[in-house]
Design a protein around this ligand. Structure first.
Ligand SMILES: Cc1cc2nc3c(=O)[nH]c(=O)nc-3n(C[C@H](O)[C@H](O)[C@H](O)COP(=O)(O)O)c2cc1C
Length: 247
C-alpha cells in the first residue's frame, strides 16, 4: 500500500497471509513478484530504444508526503479540476476520460483545509462537491469537518500538511442498472483514470500528490453526506510542492 511499510491499516484483514512485520513487508516487495518470470530459453523480442526524450524523466515523479505551507491560489485548484471537467460540445456531455458505457458514476469531492499551516485562498475549510458540468464547487458544509483520525496513522502527518483532499466516490445508482454485479469493477477503473488525470495535472500545476489507499469510509461519508449507495473508490492528498524540492 504505502512507501511507509505499515500494515496497521490492514490489521483487521481477514487474510491469514497478511505480512505484518515491516521488515518482512520490505523483503516481500523487493522480490518483485509482479514481474512475471519465464524460462530463459523462451523467445524474447528486445524493443527499440525510445527515439526521443530522456526516459529518466519518466521516473522523476514520486509521491509527496510533505508540502509547502503556502496558500493555494483558487486558480490552481480550478486548473487541476479542469482535468476531470465536462463540457457540452453537442447534445451530449463530453468528459476528458472514458467511462464504462458513458455512465460517469464517479463523483469528485473536495475537502478544503483552511488553517495557519494550509489553506486555499477564498474558500472556507469544509467539504465540497465538484460539479464537472458547471465547473463549480457546491458547498456541502463548512461544519462538515474531517478529523485527521479518519486517516491511517502513517497518513495523518500527510493530511496535516495537505491543503486539499480529493475523494472519488462511486454512486451505484448511476451505474448498477447498466452493469449490475460488474459495476464496482467498472467504476473503480474509471476512478483510476480520473485519479491519473488529477495527478498529472496537479503535478504540472506545482502540487505534490499522495494517493491514499486507506481511510475511514464512514468519516468520509459523513463529511461529504454520502448515501448508502455511495462507495469510496479513491482518495488523494494534495499540497503545493515544497520550495526545497523535498517531498
Ligand atoms: C492505490 C494506492 C494507494 C496508496 N496508498 C498510500 C497511502 O495510504 N499512503 C501513502 O503514503 N502512499 C500511498 N500510496 C503511494 C505509494 O506508496 C507509492 O506510489 C509507491 O510507494 C511508489 O512510490 P512513488 O509514488 O514515490 O514512486 C498509494 C498508491 C496507490 C496507487
Amino acid at each position: 500500500m504505502t512507501g511507509n511499510n505499515s500494515a496497521e491499516a490492514f490489521a483487521n484483514s481477514s487474510s491469514s497471509d497478511l505480512i505484518i512485520d515491516p521488515a518482512e513487508r520490505e523483503l516481500f516487495k523487493k522480490r518483485h513478484l509482479g514481474l512475471r518470470l519465464f524460462e530463459p530459453e523462451r523467445k524474447r523480442i528486445p524493443l527499440p530504444a525510445r527515439s526521443t526524450g530522456d526516459i529518466r524523466a519518466l521516473y522523476l515523479r514520486s509521491s509527496s508526503r510533505s508540502f509547502s505551507p503556502a496558500r493555494v491560489p483558487l486558480q490552481k485548484l480550478s486548473e487541476v479540476l479542469v482535468s476531470i471537467t465536462a463540457h457540452a460540445a453537442t447534445q451530449e456531455i463530453k468528459f476528458a476520460y472514458p467511462s464504462a458505457g458513458g455512465s460517469y458514476s464517479v463523483q469528485p469531492y473536495v475537502y478544503v483545509r483552511n488553517s495557519a499551516r494550509c489553506a486555499v485562498e477564498g474558500i472556507a475549510e469544509g467539504s465540497y462537491y465538484y460539479n464537472p458540468k458547471e465547473h463549480c464547487l457546491y458547498e456541502i458544509g463548512s461544519d462538515r469537518r474531517l478529523d485527521r483520525n479518519a486517516h491511517a496513522l502513517i497518513n495523518r502527518p500527510v493530511f496535516d500538511q495537505s491543503s486539499l483532499m480529493i475523494c472519488l466516490a462511486i454512486d451505484l445508482s448511476a451505474i448498477e442498472p447498466l452493469y449490475a454485479g460488474e459495476s464496482l469493477r467498472m467504476a473503480t477503473i474509471e476512478a483510476g483514470m480520473m485519479a491519473q488525470a488529477l495527478d498529472l495535472k496537479g503535478r504540472s500545476m506545482g502540487f505534490g500528490v499522495c494517493h491514499i489507499g486507506t481511510i475511514d469510509e464512514s468519516a468520509v461519508g459523513g463529511a461529504f453526506l454520502l448515501s448508502a449507495r455511495h462507495r469510496l473508490a479513491h482518495t488523494m492528498l494534495l499540497g503545493l510542492q515544497r520550495a526545497d524540492g523535498r517531498s
